[in-house]
Design a protein around this ligand. Structure first.
Ligand code: ADP
Ligand code: MG
Length: 422
């Protein structure tokens, strides 16, 4: 593989010097070029390119600068753009999203964060050249035709932390298993800081790491034994927990994730994947096998802005947009940012806008999904309304008013697998 090429574009050379300073820490070491004259960037791109990554400095953070980036992005969609700014860019979220930036760096940035951002940009640029993500992307069977075939995979993601991914994952698993009488499993791919078992007050004996330690390499065998590594919650949700040690997490790679998700979806009707707040290779591996991707944000500017960046990256990786669902969480009316304003920025619309609710903390303390602990809370009803679109028509009836038909086996006949409880 040739060494990646990075172009730093800014009137001031400080950022370029910092990038040159960290180049030695990257493998393979990138070639770093500098362009101080924004007006001549076209020539530099043509004469010295192709570049894998363009790092645009604060002087590009204006409307005009972003418009220029948008043109560059349209011309060279395979180049990953990172936007570094020192103040809040004097431009709208929409302009930033349109510039195609895959990451935003707030200056001053420390070397560690810069290294991480550049590594990720190089990695994405490599993927953009040959979009792996689409090559294996499943043809999304229209929901809710659930009968037959492997289980459905739903991945919950976000660009920023604390958006409620784990909260949503546990509730989605609970909702689906409760209303279909089918089996649901959550896999915690937030490998370093996974909190699914904490949120459900579970004490897993084994984790995803242990499942991968099995001697056999045979997929059928992994599938036959994967359930031995799960822990079951009192609501019937199954969980494959995140590793206990960060060092174990480091040893899990994207092909491992593919194996695990494959094995689980052959055993369960629903596999819910919880993820770390980033678009890592691990997360992309889960995306490749997912029927639906949930992307979450909270109602604050950094979270919403990064959701835009996240979505434009997915678009550039050519992940089919019809499989993406947006969720805005902790939406309060008096936080100085208007829900309508935000929803307008995302023309695809939000599948749900969920309020901040104290019932959530209460349910976490009980180790229960809020939909189980407080089914009548507004937040539970909002979620149920949105999630019921995943159910076959005949099961939707009665979801909203809480009148749940509990007869086991009644719906099991409709589906390939037998219900867990019978
Ligand atoms: N709608 C909500 N109202 C109140 N608290 C919430 C809500 N959604 C999530 N939380 C809380 O916010 C914190 C972060 O949520 P979590 O699901 O852990 O986020 P993530 O997994 O995206 O990092 C948790 O303590 C969770 O209980
Ligand atoms: Mg989490």
């Amino acid at each position: 593989m040739r060494n990646p090429k990075i172009l730093v574009l800014d009137r001031n050379t400080a950022l370029a010097e910092q990038v040159q300073g960290i180049a030695d820490e990257l493998r393979p070491r990138p070639e770093v070029s500098v362009c101080e004259r924004v007006g001549s960037v076209g020539d530099v791109l043509t004469d010295e390119g192709p570049f894998d990554v363009l790092i645009a400095g604060p002087s590009l953070g204006t409307r005009a600068g972003l418009a220029r980036l948008q043109i560059i992005h349209d011309e060279l969609p395979g180049m990953a753009i990172v936007l570094a700014f020192s103040r809040r860019p004097d431009a709208s979220l929409r302009d930033i999203v349109r510039s195609g930036s895959i990451d935003l760096l707030q200056l001053p940035v420390d070397d560690g964060e810069l290294v991480e951002s550049v590594e990720r940009a190089v990695e994405l640029a490599r993927k953009l050249e040959k979009p792996v993500a689409t090559a294996q992307a499943p043809a999304a069977a229209p929901l809710p035709a659930m009968a037959g075939g492997p289980g459905r995979v739903f991945t919950i993601s976000s660009a920023t932390g604390g958006c409620g991914k784990t909260f949503y994952a546990t509730n989605l698993a609970y909702f689906l298993s409760r209303h279909t009488q089918l089996r649901a499993c959550i896999v915690d791919l937030d490998l370093q800081f996974g909190e699914v078992s904490t949120a459900l007050r579970l004490r897993p004996r084994y984790t995803i790491f242990d499942a991968l330690q099995r001697e056999d390499t045979d997929e059928a065998d992994l599938q036959a034994h994967i359930e031995e590594y799960l822990v079951t919650h009192e609501t019937g949700i199954h969980v494959l927990a995140a590793p206990k040690e960060p060092s174990e997490a480091d040893r899990i790679n994207p092909p491992d994730v593919t194996r695990i998700v494959e094995a689980l979806r052959n055993r369960f009707d629903f596999v819910i994947v919880d993820t770390p707040p980033a678009l890592t290779e691990i997360v992309l591996a889960a995306f490749d096998l997912s029927d639906l991707l949930y992307v979450m944000a909270t109602l604050d500017l950094p979270s919403v802005r990064n959701m835009g960046v996240f979505l434009s990256t997915l678009e550039r990786l050519r992940i089919p947009t019809e499989n993406i669902r947006l969720v805005l969480n902790k939406a309060e009316s008096d936080v100085g940012i208007d829900i309508d304003q935000v929803t307008k920025l995302f023309p695809q619309g939000f599948e749900s806008v969920l309020p901040y609710a104290k019932e959530v903390s209460r349910s976490i303390n009980l180790g229960m999904p809020v939909m189980a602990a407080s089914p009548n809370a507004q937040i539970s009803k909002r979620m149920a309304a949105a999630m019921s679109t995943l159910l076959p028509e005949e099961l939707r009836v009665g979801v909203d008013d809480g009148a749940i038909d509990d007869r086991p086996g009644l719906f099991g006949r409709l589906f390939r697998r037998a219900p867990a409880a019978t």
